[in-house]
Design a protein around this ligand. Structure first.
Ligand code: FMN
Length: 410
């Protein structure tokens, strides 16, 4: 007999989450000046907190402001003022809700327009077909850069804990830097950081170990991992299982399984290699196999809009359910499910031929809802993908200019 999504779960670190529903990380691009969380972010997280989701995972917070996934992003570094992060943790911990900070480095997935550092295990640029020029060719990381990067993850994690976050989630999925190290398609190194899976996963493992060494035992350390890259020759299901087992030895408290990258946006339900995914709960088939052998609780994220499917995820032996877009359109979805179990969250369907533009439009419509909630407005369920994409591009252009000017003057 499996648990209801509304029953608490206790993690290996001893902490209890009030239920089995988590808001998955969604980059907000709503930072106040200085890459800091501000009023809009606080309002957004207050709303989610009141909405009944037991665990809120922040949008990815950068470990280095010189390498950002996008403009308007949040960064937490050695000298970043901590007060806004304390406020963020505080507003998001009401009613027993837990708040974890997702921490990330984009590696080669930095838009060329942003500039800054474009690092990767090897010098392989993104192949986005006719959109490839959106990204620059990365420089392979030196040993010193790798050591400094580990330190940056540790600094961000320990400062998050100091600010009052109950955990950190290391982003090792979606084609960002740690995922680039894991994938044989992007990691062509022949030193101890590349080659065998053990070597490709070394950076992730070293980061987990180093973080574990400096933070208290009751703070959760989670990892978001691809169940597969969904690209021929990429990181696959077998690799994911082996990495999960080793993360168990390192006492990781939760692994969130997703999939894909900018090149193959499986996390939105579209794979580049044509592998079919479930229409709802995209990665459930992978997650349930991995959960059978995983030493820690497993969560899967992607495609959940209905309580019956969220419950099915648990019935199949997966421990937690991550929800992204549905909580942008319906921030109190768990409460609505409690009141009426057949409530379905409406997700935008962008069925354009051009998969890159479709993925960008999906992100854009979702982000518009986050901005609306941050201003105290209700989400707009019938937002147009085209209008949202244009609006988002203009907004990002303005923010990118501010970022570039500031970065140039540093
Ligand atoms: C606007 C937006 C921003 C996202 N930002 C992040 C992020 O910062 N970190 C991350 O791990 N995933 C991010 N994702 C992916 C989600 O966490 C999730 O894996 C994906 O949306 C699939 O779940 P869903 O179908 O419930 O939305 C983002 C997705 C969207 C739509």
């Amino acid at each position: 007999m499996s648990h209801s999504v509304f029953t608490p779960i206790t993690l290996p670190n001893g902490a209890t989450l009030p239920n089995r529903l988590a808001k998955a990380a969604m980059e907000e691009n709503m930072a106040a000046t200085g890459h800091l969380p501000g009023d809009d972010i606080f309002q957004l997280y207050k709303t989610w907190c009141a909405g009944g989701t037991g665990l809120l995972i922040t949008g990815n917070v950068m470990v280095d402001h010189r390498a950002m996934t996008g403009p308007g992003g949040i960064a937490l570094e050695e000298k970043t003022p901590l007060a806004p992060f304390k406020k963020w943790a505080e507003v998001a911990s009401q009613n027993g809700t837990k708040i974890w900070m997702q921490i990330n480095h984009p590696g080669r997935q930095v838009y060329a327009a942003m500039g800054g550092q474009v690092l990767s295990p090897s010098d392989i640029a993104l192949n986005m077909g006719k959109h490839s020029k959106l990204f620059s060719k990365p420089s392979p990381m030196t040993e010193l850069e790798i050591e400094a990067l580990i330190q940056r993850f540790v600094t961000t994690a320990s400062r998050a804990v100091e600010a009052g976050f109950h955990g950190v989630e290391i982003h090792a999925a979606h084609g960002y830097l740690l995922s680039q190290f894991l994938s044989p398609l992007t990691n062509k190194r022949n030193d101890s950081w590349g080659g065998s899976l053990e070597n490709r996963a070394r950076l992730l493992f070293e980061i987990v170990k180093a973080i574990k060494q400096v933070i208290p035992e009751n703070i959760a350390v989670a990892v978001k991992l691809n169940s597969a890259d969904f690209q021929r020759g990429g990181f696959d299901e077998k690799d994911a299982l082996a990495v999960v087992k080793e993360l168990g030895h390192l006492k990781v408290d939760l692994v969130e399984l997703s999939g894909g990258s900018y090149e193959s946006p499986a996390m939105q339900g579209n794979t580049a290699d044509g592998q079919p995914l479930n229409r709802e709960a995209y990665f459930l088939e992978f997650a349930k196999e991995i959960a059978k052998q995983a030493p820690m609780p497993i969560m899967t994220t992607g495609g959940i809009v209905r309580l019956a499917i969220a419950q099915k995820v648990l019935d199949e032996g997966v421990d937690m359910v991550g929800i992204g877009r549905a909580l942008a359109f319906s921030p109190n979805l768990p409460q609505r499910w409690k009141m009426s179990s057949d409530t379905i969250a409406v997700l935008p369907q962008v069925k354009w031929q051009d998969k890159t533009l479709a993925a960008l439009a999906t992100m854009a419509i979702t982000k518009r809802q986050l901005q609306r909630i941050g201003k105290g407005k209700a989400p707009k369920l019938n937002s147009s993908p085209l209008f949202s994409l244009i609006y988002d591009q203009l907004r990002l252009k303005k923010l990118t200019k501010i970022y570039r000017n500031k970065y140039k003057n540093e």
